[in-house]
Design a protein around this ligand. Structure first.
Ligand code: HEC
Length: 144
């Protein structure tokens, strides 16, 4: 029993405070990497939406799903005490608003997946536009 309790304690120390103690430089690299992946997939969707490349329904679903998956990974790169990169201090002084922006990122990219799954350029276009607007809103508020 004692051993189990100790293991749990160790685990909670590792995973509980691990986030708060995250090395700032590593966190900056992590979140910038996540956003690079987001950009890669959004660029492809944007090119399709603008008509620069031919619409491909399967590719659109693929790219939308990757953006949506990343939207669940970005926030953990912004642990306490990880100011750096192009992140503004307002992220931490205004955490609820920032976290709300992350939630919106998840919702809107979820809607992007649904729109892509409809399989038409007409459905995809406005969803890509809405996604782009969501990126810009957060960048305007929280990115240098
Ligand atoms: C809730 C806030 C938020 C949302 C939503 C958001 N971003 Fe960002 N993004 C940031 C912040 C903050 C940074 C700066 C991170 C840093 O440099 O530490 C950033 C950085 C970036 C970067 C630069 C990465 C690098 O190489 O340094 C790209 C590209 C990017 N975002 C693309 C996007 C795209 C595309 C979307 C929408 C699909 C998006 N972001 C949505 C907050 C957000």
């Amino acid at each position: 029993m004692k051993k189990v309790a100790l293991t749990c304690l160790t685990a909670s120390l590792l995973f509980g405070s691990g986030m708060a103690l995250a090395d700032a430089a590593a966190s900056v690299e992590y979140r910038q990497s996540v956003f690079k992946v987001v950009k890669w997939h959004m660029d492809s969707l944007g090119a399709m939406a603008r008509g620069d490349v031919e619409f491909n329904a399967d590719a659109a679903v693929h790219h939308a799903r990757q953006v949506n998956a990343m939207s669940y990974m970005a926030q953990e790169g912004f642990g306490e005490g990880t100011l750096g990169g192009d992140a503004k201090p307002e992220i931490w002084s205004n955490w609820d608003q920032f976290a709300g922006g992350m939630e919106r990122f998840q919702e809107v990219s979820g809607a992007l997946v649904v729109a892509a799954e409809e399989g038409s350029l007409q459905a995809l276009r406005p969803a890509v536009g809405q996604m782009g607007q969501t990126c810009r809103t957060c960048h305007d508020n929280f990115r240098n």
